[in-house]
Design a protein around this ligand. Structure first.
Ligand SMILES: NC(=O)c1ccc[n+]([C@@H]2O[C@H](COP(=O)([O-])OP(=O)(O)OC[C@H]3O[C@@H](n4cnc5c(N)ncnc54)[C@H](OP(=O)(O)O)[C@@H]3O)[C@@H](O)[C@H]2O)c1
Length: 291
């Protein structure tokens, strides 16, 4: 068994994916804007991920914008039958790289067509509506209008499945009354655990929870406890952070981001790390200290 397969599988839409996947956001240029310094290196990261068995890739056409999807297409098209590409809509980029809400019917429809064209697909596997009611984090408010637009695009055959991102538990519950929600993608990691209850609720219903910033995002996690545990286990802190997430709940699907083949290999090897109950207890204390 190769190591990524040791992460196990969980249903996502009408497929089962390995729980350890890959997030492509780091493949664009600095600030997720413009092209990367080394396009060949970005292509190599994607090919390495798939060669090692990854079958779940997270992206968006607003990374770059367009650049990340175009690199995915260059690296991996025609796609393997078992590869699930999850994208997101709801934002666009300003000329200065800013993140601007784009949740009108015309903007959402345009975004779905941009994703289809740049990825080279006839239908998108999963489209997350990334709430932009606030750019910084989940904010209450109705998502009925934009979600209904995606449900129409699903009925017209351009979108296979719909998910939600950057949302509150109320928005998840309300969204599930409008259409099937096949995954929820929110900010969550060892030190940032606001969604603990939501994760457990979704697990009971068999709905995947996909944490973004699983390694801390633009400022990777730093914790003396994490470093001490990693040293004892002969692993890296980032590997232990991923192993903790895999252990946290069966419905967690990981999409750690990296622009480096070396980091990718280390991240995928986290699937083989088994944490004892004592170690999990120790790591659970990181969030309390961070709070
Ligand atoms: N829905 C949303 O609003 C939203 C928001 C943010 C992200 N996302 C998605 O979530 C995915 C993951 O988030 P993310 O990439 O922003 O953050 P992340 O996975 O938490 O961390 C990425 C950062 O960690 C570094 N890194 C990765 N592996 C490492 C390793 N083994 N050792 C040391 N450093 C390492 C990366 O730098 P290097 O490139 O140097 O490895 C990068 O700076 C994204 O790719 C994207 O698909 C979604």
């Amino acid at each position: 068994m190769t190591s990524v397969q040791q992460s196990g599988v969980f249903p996502l839409g009408d497929r089962a994916v390995l729980r350890l996947g890959y997030g492509a956001m780091q493949l664009a240029g600095p600030g997720v804007f413009g092209p990367p310094k080394d396009r060949d290196a970005a292509v190599a990261v994607l090919r390495e991920a798939v060669d090692r068995g990854v079958n779940h890739i997270d992206t968006s056409d607003f990374y770059g914008p367009h650049v990340t999807n175009q690199i995915i297409r260059e690296a991996l098209h025609p796609y393997a039958n078992d590869l699930t590409i999850v994208t997101k809509v709801g934002a666009r980029r300003g000329a200065d790289g800013s993140w601007i809400p784009a949740m009108t019917p015309a903007e959402l429809t345009q975004a779905v067509h941009d994703n289809l064209r740049n990825l080279g697909l006839d239908v998108l596997d999963v489209v997350n509506l990334r709430s932009m009611l606030s750019v910084h984090g989940p904010a209450e408010g109705s998502l009925e209008a934009p979600l209904s637009v995606l449900a129409d695009l699903q009925r017209s055959g351009l979108v296979r499945h719909i998910g939600l991102s950057n949302v509150t538990p109320t928005q998840v519950a309300d969204g599930r009354k409008i259409c099937e929600i096949v995954c929820v993608q929110n900010y969550y990691n060892l030190a940032h655990r606001a969604d603990d209850a939501l994760i457990d609720d979704l697990a009971r219903d068999g709905v995947p929870y996909v944490p973004f910033f699983p390694l801390g995002g633009f400022s990777p996690l730093q914790s003396s406890t994490l470093s001490a545990v990693a040293a004892r286990l002969g692993a890296t802190p980032m590997q232990v952070a991923l192993a903790w997430l895999l252990r946290r709940a069966p419905n967690i699907l990981l999409i750690p981001g990296t622009s480096s083949v070396a980091h990718l290999r280390k991240n995928l090897a986290a699937a083989g790390i088994v944490l004892s109950d004592d170690v999990v207890g120790e790591l659970d204390g990181v969030a309390t200290k961070a709070a």
